[in-house]
Design a protein around this ligand. Structure first.
Ligand code: C2E
Ligand code: MG
Ligand code: MG
Length: 767
C-alpha cells in the first residue's frame, strides 16, 4: 500500500468530510425551502379563493337586496302595473345607481324588455330566456351570458299579487372586476367561459399566459421546468348551458427570485463553512503533524545513537505527549542498556576491573598527559594451582577477592585490570612505590577463606616505570610482564625491569625458532635424547630409564630443558617437540632391542600434550611402526598437569592407562595437590621431586616428608621413584623407607645412547 504523508491523508479526509456535510446540509435546506415556498404559494391561492368566494357572495347579496327593494316597492309595482314607463325607468335607474349595477331592467312575462335604466344597452333579442326560468322557480341567480357580456345576475318576479313582470339586476363580469380582485388577492385572475368554445372573458393576464399556467402546486419544482404561473380554478355553471372557470393565477417570478436568492445564500454559506472547516483542518492537521514529525526526527536521532536531548512533542494532544514520554522513557532505557553493554564490553565480568585491552588502550591514549607512572604486574604461582586443585569456582572466588583487595591501592577502578591469573595496576603517584608494593603483597598474602577453605597464596610483583624504563605504553606493558617473570623465577617478591631483558626476550624468540628448525631437521643434530637409568631397589636391576632432551647450541652451548621447554610450551611448539621425542625414543628402544638390550623408557609429557589428540595418535602409530608393546614406554607428567587433567573427558592419562602404559606423577611435592586428589587419577607411579631427595641424608624434614609420602603412595597402590639421588646414604635411606626405584647422579647422569650403552655394560658387569 502506498504511504502518504500523515498530513495529506488527514487533510484529504477533512476535505472529503466537510464537502459531504456541506452538500448534504445545502440539499436539505434547499428542499426544505422549496417545500416552504410551495406552502406559501398554496396558502396565497387558498386565501385568493376565499376572497373570490366572498366577493361573489357579497355581490349576490347586493343584487338580491336591490331586486327585492324594487319588487316590493308599492309605487314601483303600481307604475309597472299601469305601464308608467317613465316612473319605472326612473326607479330602475335610481336603484342601479345606488348599488352600481351594470344591468337593471324590467321584463314582461314573455321576456320582452319593458323598461331599463339608462346605462343598460341591451335589447330584447339579446336576452336569454330568463323569464320562463324565473317564473317556474320563483327566483334565478347566477352567471349568465347576456349579449356580448357575462353577468352575475338575479331575476325576481314583480308580484301584484300575481307576477306581472320580472326585474333583472346584474353586475358585469369584466376586466374591471378582474382588476379589483387582483387588487384584493394580489393574484392574477381570469374568467373563462366554456360554451360552444372556450373563451377568456376577462383577465389580468394575456390569454396565452393563462393557458400555459400550471395547475399542480405540489408538483412544482424549483430546480427544473419552471413555469411562470400557477393556477387554481373554481367552476361555476352558467344559467343556461355551459360553465365558467374563475382562475386564480399566482405569478411565480418573485417566488423563484426569492428562492434563487435564498438558494444562493445557502450555497454561499455552505461554501464559506466548507472553506472555514478546510482552514481549520489545515491548522489542526499542522498542529498534529508538526509534533509527530518532531517525534519522528527525535526517534531517528535516537537511532543514530544520540541520547542527550529529551524528545519534545510540544503538543497539547494527550496521546502525543504520552507518546513523547514513552519515547523519552525508551531513550533512557536504551541509554542505560548501552551504558551497561559498554561497561560489560570494557570490564571483566568476574572482577569488574577494566579489560586488559582497555587499560592498555587508555595508557596509549593518556601517555602524553602523564608525567610518570609505574605499571605493576601481580601474579601468584598458586592461583593457577588452586583452580586445578579446587575447581574454577574456588579459583574465581579467589580472583574476585584479590581484585577487591587491590581496590584501595588504585586511584580509580579504571587503573586496574585482570589477565587470566594476573593483575595489572597503574600507580600514578610513585613517590612511595616500594612501600606501596610491599603493602600490596602484605594485603594479598593474608589468608583467603573460600567455601570453608583457608587458602594461603604467595604473590610476586613485576614493575616497570614510565618513562625511565620504557617510553611507550606497549613497552611498559611488556616490561612489567618480564619483571614479573624475573620475580617469579628468581623467587623475589618484587621484580624490577632490568635493562636488556627485552633484548633477552628477543633472543628467546630466536631460540625457539632455532629449536623448531632443529626438530624439523631429519639428521641427528644439535638436539638429541639423553637417557638416565633407574634402578630397582629390591633387585638392583636397571631395566628402566628416563629420556631427557638435550640441546647443544652452536653459539650458546648447552641450553637447559628447564629454559627451552617452558618456552616451547608458551609458543605452542611443545606438541611437535613431544612427538619428536616419542619418535626418537621408540627408535632407540628398537635399536637397543636389536642389540639385545630390553629397556623401558619414560617420556616426559607436558600439560599441553594431555589435550592433544594428534599426540595420542602419534604414540600409537610409532609403537606400531617399531613393533613395540606399551610396556616399552611409560610417561611422566608433572603433578600440576595431572591435577589439571583430572576429570576432563579429553583426558589423555586415562586413555594411555587404558592402553597399558604406566604413568608417573613427576615432581611430586612441588604443586598444590594432595595424595587424596591423586587417588582419582589413574597413575601407577609417583616420582618424589628431587628437591626433597638431594639433601635427604642431611635433612630431617625431607626424611619425614619422603618417608610418609612413600608410605601413603604404597597405600594407594602406587610405586615410588626417588629422583635426584646423589649419594649412597640417601639411597640407603630410601631403601629403608621401602622406595621402589631410584634415579640420580649417584647411579648415573643422563647420557647419550652410546654412553648409556657403555655405562650399562659396565654396570651389568659390576652387578
Ligand atoms: P624431570 O623430568 O624432573 O627430570 C629430572 C631432572 O633432574 C633432569 O634435568 C635431570 O638431569 C635432573 N637430575 C637427575 N638426577 C639428578 C641428580 O641426582 N641431581 C640433580 N641436581 N639433578 C638431577 P634436566 O634434564 O635438566 O631436565 C629438566 C626438566 O626438563 C625435566 O625434569 C623435565 O621436566 C624437562 N624435560 C627434560 N626433557 C624433556 C622432554 O623430553 N620432554 C619434556 N616435556 N620435558 C623434558
Ligand atoms: Mg621426568
Ligand atoms: Mg622430576
Amino acid at each position: 500500500m502506498a504511504t502518504k504523508p500523515f498530513r495529506t491523508r488527514l487533510l484529504g479526509q477533512f476535505i472529503g468530510l466537510s464537502i459531504t456535510i456541506g452538500l448534504l446540509i445545502t440539499l436539505a435546506v434547499l428542499f426544505a425551502t422549496e417545500r416552504n415556498v410551495q406552502a406559501r404559494v398554496e396558502q396565497q391561492m387558498l386565501v385568493g379563493e376565499k376572497v373570490l368566494q366572498a366577493l361573489i357572495e357579497t355581490r349576490q347579496n347586493l343584487l338580491t337586496g336591490s331586486a327585492q327593494i324594487l319588487t316590493s316597492d308599492f309605487g314601483f309595482k303600481k307604475a309597472v302595473a299601469v305601464g308608467d314607463r317613465a316612473t319605472t325607468e326612473s326607479a330602475l335607474s335610481n336603484q342601479a345607481r345606488r348599488i352600481g349595477a351594470d344591468l337593471m331592467l324590467l321584463l314582461s312575462l314573455e321576456g320582452d324588455i319593458m323598461a331599463r335604466d339608462s346605462n343598460t344597452a341591451i335589447d330584447s333579442q339579446q336576452m336569454p330566456p330568463l323569464a320562463n326560468m324565473a317564473l317556474s322557480k320563483g327566483k334565478v341567480a347566477g352567471f349568465s351570458r347576456i349579449g356580448d357580456d357575462l353577468y352575475q345576475v338575479i331575476v325576481l318576479p314583480v308580484k301584484a299579487p300575481t307576477p306581472i313582470a320580472l326585474t333583472v339586476v346584474g353586475f358585469r363580469v369584466d376586466q374591471e372586476l378582474a382588476e379589483k380582485l387582483k387588487e384584493l388577492t394580489n393574484l392574477d385572475i381570469a374568467f373563462i367561459t366554456h360554451a360552444s368554445r372556450d373563451e377568456v372573458t376577462a383577465s389580468t393576464l394575456d390569454e396565452s399566459q393563462v393557458l400555459k399556467a400550471d395547475n399542480e402546486i405540489h408538483g412544482l419544482s424549483f430546480f427544473s421546468q419552471r413555469v411562470s404561473h400557477i393556477k387554481s380554478s373554481s367552476e361555476f355553471d352558467l344559467l343556461w348551458g355551459g360553465s365558467m372557470d374563475v382562475v386564480l393565477l399566482s405569478h411565480l417570478d418573485s417566488v423563484y427570485r426569492d428562492f434563487d436568492r435564498l438558494s444562493l445564500q445557502i450555497v454561499g454559506t455552505a461554501l464559506v463553512a466548507v472553506l472555514l472547516s478546510l482552514i481549520l483542518a489545515a491548522i489542526s492537521s499542522k498542529r498534529l503533524v508538526e509534533p509527530v514529525s518532531k517525534l519522528a526526527s527525535g526517534a531517528r536521532r535516537i537511532a543514530r545513537g544520540h541520547y542527550e536531548e529529551p524528545v519534545e512533542a510540544d503538543s497539547e494532544v494527550l496521546e502525543l505527549s504520552e507518546l513523547s514520554q514513552a519515547i523519552n522513557g525508551m531513550q533512557d532505557e536504551i541509554r542505560q542498556r548501552e551504558e551497561k553493554i559498554l561497561y560489560q564490553a570494557n570490564h571483566d565480568h568476574l572482577t569488574g576491573l577494566l579489560l586488559s585491552a582497555k587499560l592498555l588502550q587508555s595508557l596509549r591514549g593518556e601517555l602524553s598527559n602523564l608525567r610518570e607512572f609505574a605499571l605493576l604486574t601481580i601474579g601468584s604461582p598458586q592461583l593457577r594451582d588452586i583452580n586445578n586443585a579446587f575447581g574454577h569456582e574456588v579459583g574465581d572466588a579467589c580472583l574476585v577477592e584479590v581484585a577487591k583487595r587491590l581496590e584501595p591501592f588504585t586511584a580509580s577502578q579504571s587503573h586496574a585490570c585482570r589477565i587470566r591469573n594476573y593483575f595489572k595496576l597503574r600507580i600514578d603517584d610513585v613517590s612511595n612505590l616500594e612501600t606501596l608494593m610491599h603493602d600490596v603483597i602484605a594485603t594479598l598474602e593474608m589468608p583467603y577463606w573460600v567455601q570453608g577453605l583457608r587458602l594461603q597464596m604467595n604473590f610476586n610483583i613485576g614493575v616497570a616505570h614510565y618513562p625511565d624504563q620504557a617510553d611507550d605504553a606497549d613497552s611498559v606493558w611488556r616490561r612489567s610482564n618480564m619483571a614479573l617473570d624475573t620475580a617469579t623465577s628468581e623467587q623475589l617478591k618484587i621484580g624490577y625491569y632490568r635493562d636488556g631483558e627485552d633484548q633477552k626476550r628477543t633472543a628467546r624468540v630466536e631460540l625457539i625458532n632455532d629449536l623448531r628448525k632443529q626438530l624439523q631437521n631429519k639428521e641427528q643434530g644439535e638436539v638429541f635424547m639423553a637417557y638416565q637409568p633407574k634402578r630397582r631397589l629390591d633387585d638392583n636391576t636397571v631395566s628402566h630409564a628416563e629420556a631427557l632432551i638435550r640441546w647443544v647450541h652452536p653459539e650458546l652451548g648447552f641450553v637447559s630443558p628447564e629454559d627451552f621447554i617452558p618456552l616451547a610450551e608458551q609458543t605452542g611448539l611443545i606438541n611437535e617437540l613431544s612427538r619428536w621425542v616419542v619418535s626418537q625414543v621408540a627408535a632407540q628402544i628398537a635399536r637397543w632391542r636389536s642389540q639385545g638390550i630390553r629397556m623401558s623408557v619414560a617420556i616426559n609429557l607436558s600439560a599441553e600434550d594431555l589435550f592433544n589428540a594428534e599426540t595420542r595418535l602419534h604414540i600409537e602409530k610409532v609403537l606400531h611402526d617399531f613393533d613395540l608393546e606399551p610396556s616399552a614406554i611409560s610417561f611422566e607428567v608433572t603433578e600440576s598437569a595431572v591435577i589439571r587433567d583430572n576429570g576432563d573427558e579429553r583426558n589423555l592419562i586415562g586413555d594411555l592407562r587404558d592402553k597399558g602404559f604406566s604413568i608417573a606423577v613427576d615432581d611430586f611435592g612441588t604443586g598444590y595437590s594432595s595424595l587424596e586428589q591423586l587417588k582419582k587419577v589413574p597413575v601407577s607411579h609417583l616420582k618424589i621431586d628431587k628437591s626433597f631427595v638431594l639433601q635427604l641424608a642431611q635433612n630431617r624434614e625431607d626424611q619425614i616428608i619422603v618417608r610418609s609420602t612413600i608410605e601413603l603412595a604404597h597405600q594407594l597402590g602406587l610405586e615410588v621413584i626417588a629422583e635426584g639421588v646423589e649419594d649412597a646414604q640417601s639411597e640407603q635411606l630410601l631403601k629403608e623407607y621401602g622406595c621402589d626405584w631410584v634415579q640420580g647422579y649417584y647411579l648415573a647422569k643422563p647420557m647419550n645412547a652410546d654412553d648409556f650403552n657403555e655405562w650399562l655394560a659396565s654396570h651389568n658387569e659390576t652387578a
